[in-house]
Design a protein around this ligand. Structure first.
Ligand code: ASP
Ligand code: MG
Length: 429
C-alpha cells in the first residue's frame, strides 16, 4: 500500500490533471491512497476571500468568488467534454455551499471562518481529480478527509487526535484497499490534503502546506510501504533554485537530516510530516511529476549519505537583538530564564543565540505584531539593541561548501559553527 501526494502545482491546469492521471495509471490498480491539494494558487485566493468576507467587503468578495468558481468549472470543462457530466453538478453544489456561507454575516472567530471557507479548495480539487480518474478508467473512491483526519477544534492549525485518527482511517479505508476476493471494489482512494474535522463535525485545517502532513498521517495509520510527494522539482535540492543558479540533487538523506533541514528553514518538506514516517520507518520519496521515471530523492533511516552534499538555507527578514542586563550583571541563569520566558510568552521562536559575559544575542523572524510586543517587554528589564532586515544563512555540511560566494557583498554580524553546521547572520552592504 502506497500513498501519493500531489501539490497545487501538479494540478494547476487541465493538462497537469491529465499528467497526474497518467502517473496514477502508471502505478497500476492500487492499493493506493492519493492525497490532493487545492489547485494552483487557490488556497491563497480563498485566504483573500476569507479576509473580504470578514471585512464584509461584499462586492470584492463576490468578484473573487466568481473568479475561483470560474477557474474550476473552466478547468473541468477542458477535462470533461460532455456538458451534462455529473462533475459539473458536484462542483456547482460545492460552490453553492460556499456562496451560501459567505452570504451570511461573518462570525467573530476568524480561524473558524477561515477553515470553513479555505477547505473548499481541496474539496473541489479532489472532486475534479476523482471524476477524471473514473472517466479515464482508474476506478477510485473519493473519501472526505474531514471524516478521516480527526482533530481538535484549534482552527487553522488543528492538532491530530492520534488515537481516533488511525482507528478511523483503518476502519474506513482498509475495506477498500483490501477488497475481498472476487469483489470489484476499487482499491484506489482519493482524499483531500490539509483538511480535517472535529468529532463534532466541524471542518479544520492543519496549517499552510499541510497536505504533506495528511499523506504522512494516512501512511502511518495504514502502515504504508512508502509515501511519494510529487513536485515540480527533480527531488530534494541542496538550495532553493529560485536563489541559486546551480543546485544539486540529494538522492538520499536520513529522516534526522531532513528534520534538521526543515528546522533551519528549508521548505521542501513540512516539518510535521517526518515524525509519523520516522516512527514507523516509512520511506518518503520526493519525485518530479514532469519526470515520473527519474529516481528523485528518498528520505529513510540511512544516514551514510547525509554529509555528501552541503545544503544552503536562507531565512530572510530576521532580527538580531543584543540584550544587556540593566545592572551590568553577568548573563547567567536568572537573566536567561527571564529572557526565555519573554520569548515563550510572545510565541517567538529563537533561530540562533550566543552569549558573552554581559550580553545575550538572539536572532529571530521579524513579525509585525510579535516583535514590537516582545521588545517592549524585554526592555522592562534589559537594555536592548537590535538590527532588522537581516538574513540568516545556514550551511549544513559546510566543510564541503564554498562559503565565499554566499556572503559576497554581505557583512557578517554573527557567526556560529558546530561540527556539521555553519550559521551566519548577515546584512547586505
Ligand atoms: N492547499 C494548502 C496550501 O496551499 C495545503 C497544501 O498545499 O499543502 O497551503
Ligand atoms: Mg502546496
Amino acid at each position: 500500500m502506497k500513498v501519493f501526494k500531489f501539490g497545487g502545482a501538479s494540478v494547476k491546469n487541465a493538462h497537469a490533471v491529465k499528467n497526474v492521471a497518467t502517473i496514477i495509471k502508471g502505478y497500476g490498480y492500487g492499493p493506493l491512497v492519493v492525497v490532493i491539494s487545492a489547485m494552483a494558487k487557490t488556497t491563497n485566493a480563498l485566504e483573500r476571500l476569507t479576509a473580504l468576507f470578514m471585512e464584509e467587503n461584499t462586492d470584492k468578495m463576490m468578484e473573487l468568488y466568481h473568479q475561483i468558481r470560474d477557474f474550476h468549472v473552466g478547468l473541468a470543462a477542458e477535462l470533461f467534454p460532455r456538458k451534462n457530466h455529473p462533475v459539473f453538478s458536484t462542483l456547482e453544489q460545492s460552490f453553492y455551499h460556499l456562496l451560501y456561507y459567505i452570504n451570511e454575516k461573518p462570525g467573530n472567530n476568524y480561524n473558524y471562518e477561515y477553515d470553513r471557507i479555505v477547505s473548499t479548495g481541496e474539496l473541489v480539487s479532489s472532486q475534479i481529480l476523482s471524476y477524471y480518474l473514473n472517466e479515464t478508467g482508474v476506478v477510485n473512491q473519493l473519501f472526505p478527509a474531514q471524516k478521516l483526519i480527526i482533530t481538535d477544534a484549534h482552527f487553522r492549525d488543528a492538532h491530530i487526535d492520534w488515537i481516533q485518527t488511525p482507528q478511523t482511517i483503518k476502519s474506513k479505508l482498509l475495506p477498500y484497499l483490501k477488497p475481498a476476493s472476487g469483489s470489484n471494489k476499487p482499491s484506489i482512494i482519493v482524499t483531500q490534503g490539509f483538511i480535517g474535522g472535529t468529532s463534532q463535525g466541524f471542518t479544520t485545517t492543519l496549517g499552510r502546506e499541510g497536505s504533506d502532513y495528511t499523506a504522512a498521517i494516512i501512511a502511518y495509520s495504514l502502515q504504508a510501504s512508502e509515501v511519494t510527494i510529487w513536485k515540480d522539482v527533480p527531488g530534494l535540492l541542496n538550495a532553493d533554485p529560485k536563489l541559486f543558479a546551480e543546485t544539486l540533487l540529494m538522492p538520499n538523506i536520513s529522516y534526522q537530516e531532513a528534520i534538521e533541514l526543515a528546522y533551519y528553514g528549508a521548505t521542501v518538506i513540512h516539518p510535521k510530516t517526518l515524525k509519523p514516517l520516522l516512527s514507523k520507518n516509512i520511506p518518503l520519496k520526493v519525485k518530479s511529476f514532469y519526470e515520473p521515471d527519474a529516481p528523485g530523492s528518498i528520505i529513510n533511516d540511512h544516514s551514510e549519505n547525509d554529509h555528501l552534499v552541503p545544503s544552503f538555507i536562507f531565512k530572510f527578514n530576521q532580527v538580531l537583538a543584543s540584550i544587556f542586563p540593566k545592572d551590568f550583571s553577568f548573563i547567567a541563569e536568572h537573566n536567561l530564564s527571564r529572557i526565555f520566558s519573554d520569548f515563550a510568552q510572545h510565541g517567538v521562536k529563537i533561530n540562533l543565540m550566543q552569549n558573552s559575559a554581559i550580553s545575550f544575542s538572539v536572532c529571530f523572524d521579524n513579525d509585525r505584531i510579535k516583535t514590537p510586543a516582545l521588545l517592549r517587554d524585554l526592555k522592562k528589564n534589559f537594555t536592548v539593541k537590535y538590527n532588522d532586515n537581516l538574513e540568516l544563512i545556514t550551511i549544513r555540511h559546510y566543510e564541503k561548501a564554498q562559503t565565499g560566494p554566499v556572503i559576497k557583498n554581505k557583512e557578517v554580524l554573527l557567526e556560529q559553527k558546530s561540527r556539521t553546521t555553519l550559521q551566519m547572520v548577515v546584512r547586505n552592504c
